[in-house]
Design a binder for this molecule. Structure first.
Ligand code: Y43
Ligand code: MG
Length: 198
């Protein structure tokens, strides 16, 4: 039986760590891969699934612990699903603010009805670096891209993502509300079921 009370999170994104730890609660201690290495693996996969597995294997190899990875992104309908797996690198690695500015600019003449988008999250859990059967769980969150940024919470594209079920941007949701609704929350619900966690 594998001990999942201590997992390494294969992510250098502090926003993900905070959200995933809050969702898992106290029974699981998520350790950041940053404790073990500052080198980020190149995300060479062509899908969220491939990149999540690649990051999880890398973290398990470096830490010697079971590893959880989150590969996520924003798929915009008008852009045929872009930036998708390239969301973090949309503005050539210049960070969240530049990514958001680029997306607003690319969509500046697109009417509201055509601004649909979804956040995608794939979680991959490997028991060890060469695990032949990673556990994979996915979650989607449907919304729309706003015409200007709004809200201070969250990270990444949250200020641009309109949440129809709450009539506000995802950066205007409290952390607890976002953790009930998000793509990441949906993927984590499935993972909890798979691991028989509460
Ligand atoms: O809830 C979210 N709220 C807002 N933005 C989000 C969210 N979830 C993913 N995103 C965006 C951020 C980044 O532009 C990309 C993830 O890229 P992704 O490679 O999976 O993560 P990352 O590079 O930030 O950290 P790491 O790879 O070390 O886990 O999608
Ligand atoms: Mg990344």
């Amino acid at each position: 039986m594998i001990d999942f009370t201590q997992l390494v999170l294969a992510s250098h994104n502090a926003g993900k760590l905070k959200e995933l730890q809050a969702m898992l609660g106290e029974s699981v201690h998520l350790r950041s891969i940053g404790e073990f290495s500052s080198v980020e693996p190149e995300e060479t996969g062509l899908s969220f699934v491939e990149n999540a597995i690649l990051k999880a294997r890398n973290a398990a190899r470096i830490s010697g612990l079971p590893a959880l990875a989150d590969d996520s992104g924003l798929a915009v309908d008008f852009l045929g699903g872009a930036p998708g797996i390239y969301s973090a690198r949309y503005a050539d690695g210049q960070g969240d603010a530049a990514n958001n500015a680029k997306l607003l600019d690319v969509l500046k003449d697109v009417p509201e009805a055509e601004r649909g988008a979804q956040f995608v999250c794939v979680l991959a859990l490997v028991r060890h670096a060469d695990d032949p059967l990673p556990i994979l769980c996915e979650g989607l969150w449907h919304g729309r891209i706003l015409t200007q940024a709004s809200g201070e919470h969250g990270f990444g594209y949250d200020p641009l993502f309109w949440v129809p079920e709450r009539n506000c941007s995802s950066a205007e949701l409290s952390p607890a509300e976002k953790n009930q609704l998000s793509h990441r929350a949906r993927a984590m619900d499935l993972l909890r079921q798979r691991l028989s966690l509460k």
